[in-house]
Design a protein around this ligand. Structure first.
Ligand SMILES: [Zn+2]
Ligand SMILES: [Zn+2]
Length: 143
């Protein structure tokens, strides 16, 4: 788990002021094994007695997504969007089109590819995003 101090450094590096709201939200996400909706994060913050409104949670999340500190499932833009802390270890997700569940998968098919195209068009490669869509076991059988 990241220490609070590390959140502060991460936020500083991204040019963000470290506010209680930002560090608390990062901490909730760090403690969660699964991606969470903004509302679930909001409920956990309440349990931790952090005074915050749901709209602030949304706003902070959007800021953290912009800075790549948090990943947002791009499958939907509504209140069901899932957020997950970007754990620096590189991971991809399977996303269920039925229930919107996200499951992480080991390994990355792009590591070699990135090396191969490094420098192409003058680009320095810094990373990539990839989500794989489908139907989970429950949704598949429910259809
Ligand atoms: Zn599903
Ligand atoms: Zn990858």
């Amino acid at each position: 788990m990241l220490e609070n101090k590390e959140y502060k450094e991460v936020l500083k590096r991204e040019g963000l002021k470290n506010t209680k709201h930002r560090t608390s939200i990062l901490e909730v996400m760090e403690h969660s094994e699964v991606p969470l909706t903004a509302e679930e994060i909001f409920i956990r913050l309440k349990e931790w007695n952090v005074a915050i409104s749901l709209s602030t949670v949304y706003r902070v999340l959007e800021t953290l997504v912009t800075k790549d500190l948090v990943n947002k499932s791009s499958i939907s833009n509504d209140s069901k969007a899932l957020f997950e802390i970007n754990r620096m270890e590189h991971k991809h997700h399977l996303v269920c089109m039925g229930c919107k569940k996200m499951v992480s998968v080991e390994g990355c098919p792009f590591e070699e590819f990135e090396k191969k195209i490094q420098g192409t068009n003058g680009f320095d490669i810094t990373g990539h995003k990839l989500e794989i869509y489908g139907y989970c076991a429950e949704c598949k059988h429910g259809k």
